[in-house]
Ligand binder design. Structure first.
Ligand code: GLN
Length: 456
C-alpha cells in the first residue's frame, strides 16, 4: 500500500532488507542472495508506479525463499551438496503466483538437506542460529525462513512442511507458521520430500499477512494433480464455539512452561465464552512411528533421481557408471538423507512391506479417522507445537531418535492432511519463544487464521 501510494519506494524497501540480511550474516540464514535481480525488479516496480500503471498486491515486498523452491534465478540446493550449483529450468507455482503480485525474492534460505530434520543442523551449508539465542537451533527444517522473518529482515518467507518443518521453527522463533490443508497450495516446483504429506506454506509476523498470502497462492494447479479447487477464497466464516485440547499431550515429558502457556490461553478463551473440550486421541501415540515409516519410504523413492547425471554435483572420482552413482550419492547426501533412504528401501522391500509399510498405511487411516472424530466434538484443537522450546546447537544432532521425537506433536497433522497454524504464545523465563498450534478440519484454513486472532 505504502509503495503504491509512493510513500516509500520498492528499491528502498529491498535495499533495507538486503542490508539487514548482511547485518545478520553470522546467523547463517541465507544460502545465497539474489541482490542484483531483486534491485532490478524493485526499480521496475517503482517505474510502473511512476507511470501510473496498476501493480500487484505485493508490489515491491521483499521475501525470502526456502532453498527447496525452484526458481531459475540462482541455484536451488535444498541445503544439499548433491544439488550444489543446480540451476532450475522451472519456477515453483507458489513463486510464480507471488512474483505475479510483485513480490521480490531477496535470497534463498537455509534448511536441513532435503528438509530432513528439525534443527537446520543437517544442512550442508552449516546450521542457522536461533533469532533469540545464538547458541540455540533455529528449528527445522525451514530454520532460515523462520529466522529471516523473526529478525524482521523480510515480512514473510516460504516454507515446506512435511512433518512440522514450518510450525516448529515458527514456534522456536516466535512467528506465525502455517502448514495448510494438504492440496490447498501447489507442490509443483518444490523439491519433493514425502509427496503424500508435503505442504507449502508461509512464515509471517501477523495472521493478516498469512491470510493475504494464502488468498494469493491457494487453488488448483494443473501441474500438481493433488491440488484442490480453491476453497480458501470461497470459505464462509463459521462460528467457533468449542476448542479441543489433547489429554495425552499434557504430561511430564512436555516442558512445564509450554504446558503453562497452553493453560493460560485456554483460560483466556474460557473467559471469552469458548468451551474447552478434553479429547481422548489414543491413536496419536502411533503417529510418530507411522510417519517415520511412510515418510522415509517416500523419501527413498523421491531421492532416487539424484544420480550425478541429471542434477548439480557429480563426484570426480568414478571409473564407471555404477561407481559414478555410488560415489556421487555417497559424497552428495548428508548422513540423515542416507539413513532415510536406507530405512525407506527397507520398509518397502518385499520381505518387510506387509510388516511395516502396509501396517503404517492402515494406522494412518486410523489417525485420519481420529481427527474426523475429534472435529465432531470441537471446532479447532489447540496443542503445543513441540515438547520443548529451542534446544542447544549440537544437543540432538547426533541422536536421530531424540531429533525425531521433536516431531511428536506435529506429524499427525501431516498424516491426516489437516491444517495447522503455529502461533506465538509468550516466552519462557529464559527468554525463548513458546509456540502453540491450532489445528482445524480439512479446508478450514481461512477460519483457522481468523480464529488465531482470538489468541493474541
Ligand atoms: N522434522 C521432520 C522430519 O525430519 C519434518 C521435516 C519437514 O517437515 N520437512 O521428517
Amino acid at each position: 500500500m505504502k509503495i503504491a501510494n509512493k510513500d516509500i519506494s520498492a528499491v528502498s524497501l529491498v535495499k533495507e532488507a538486503l542490508e539487514k540480511a548482511k547485518k545478520y550474516k553470522d546467523y547463517n540464514i541465507f544460502i545465497s542472495m539474489n541482490e542484483e535481480a531483486a534491485l532490478k525488479e524493485a526499480a521496475e516496480i517503482d517505474e510502473k508506479i511512476a507511470r501510473g500503471e496498476k501493480v500487484g498486491k505485493l508490489a515491491g515486498v521483499p521475501f525470502a525463499l526456502k532453498d527447496n523452491f525452484l526458481s531459475p534465478d540462482g541455484q536451488t540446493t535444498a541445503g544439499a551438496h548433491i544439488l550444489e550449483g543446480f540451476k532450475s529450468p522451472v519456477t515453483a507455482t507458489i513463486v510464480e503466483k507471488l512474483k505475479a503480485e510483485g513480490a521480490i525474492v531477496i535470497g534463498r534460505t537455509n534448511l536441513d538437506a532435503f528438509a530432513h530434520g528439525s534443527s537446520t543442523e543437517n544442512s550442508y551449508f552449516g546450521p542457522t542460529r536461533n533469532a533469540y539465542d545464538f547458541e540455540r537451533v533455529a528449528g527445522g527444517s525451514s530454520g532460515g525462513s523462520a529466522v529471516a522473518v523473526a529478525l524482521d529482515i523480510v515480512p514473510f518467507a516460504t516454507g515446506s512442511d512435511t512433518g512440522g518443518s514450518i510450525r516448529q521453527p515458527a514456534a522456536f522463533n516466535g512467528v506465525y507458521g502455517l502448514k495448510p490443508t494438504y492440496g490447498s497450495t501447489s507442490r509443483y516446483g518444490v523439491v519433493a520430500m514425502a509427496s503424500s504429506t508435503d505442504s507449502m506454506g508461509f512464515f509471517t509476523k501477523t495472521p493478516e499477512d498469512m491470510d493475504l498470502l494464502m488468498s494469493i497462492t491457494s487453488g488448483q494447479d494443473k501441474k500438481d494433480l493433488t491440488t484442490l479447487p480453491d476453497f480458501y477464497n470461497t470459505s464462509e466464516s463459521k462460528e467457533v464455539k468449542r476448542i479441543g485440547i489433547i489429554k495425552d499431550f499434557d504430561n511430564e515429558s512436555v516442558d512445564a512452561e509450554i504446558r503453562e502457556a497452553l493453560k493460560t490461553k485456554c483460560e483466556a478463551l474460557r473467559n471469552k465464552g469458548f468451551e474447552i473440550v478434553e479429547l481422548d486421541m489414543p491413536v496419536l501415540k502411533y503417529a510418530l512411528a507411522v510417519y517415520y515409516i511412510i515418510q522415509p519410504a517416500e523419501v527413498a523413492s523421491n531421492l532416487s533421481r539424484y544420480d550425478g547425471v541429471r542434477y548439480g554435483f557429480r563426484s570426480e572420482d568414478s571409473k564407471d557408471l555404477d561407481s559414478l552413482y555410488e560415489k556421487t550419492r555417497d559424497e552428495g547426501f548428508m548422513p540423515e538423507n542416507k539413513r532415510r533412504i536406507m530405512i525407506g528401501n527397507f520398509v518397502l522391500s518385499s520381505g518387510f512391506y506387509d510388516a511395516y509399510f502396509l501396517k503404517a498405511a492402515k494406522a494412518r487411516t486410523l489417525i485420519i479417522k481420529e481427527y474426523e472424530d475429534a472435529f465432531s466434538k470441537c471446532d479447532f484443537i489447540l496443542t503445543p507445537v513441540s515438547s520443548n522450546p529451542a534446544f542447544k546447537l549440537g544437543e540432538k544432532v547426533n541422536d536421530p531418535v531424540a531429533m525425531y521425537l521433536e516431531d511428536l506433536m506435529s506429524v499427525s497433522v501431516n498424516l491426516a492432511g489437516v491444517p495447522g497454524l503455529s502461533i506465538p504464545a509468550g516466552m519462557t523465563k529464559a527468554g525463548l519463544p513458546i509456540g502453540l498450534q491450532l489445528v482445524g478440519p480439512r479446508r478450514s484454513d481461512k477460519n483457522l487464521i481468523e480464529f488465531s486472532k482470538e489468541l493474541i
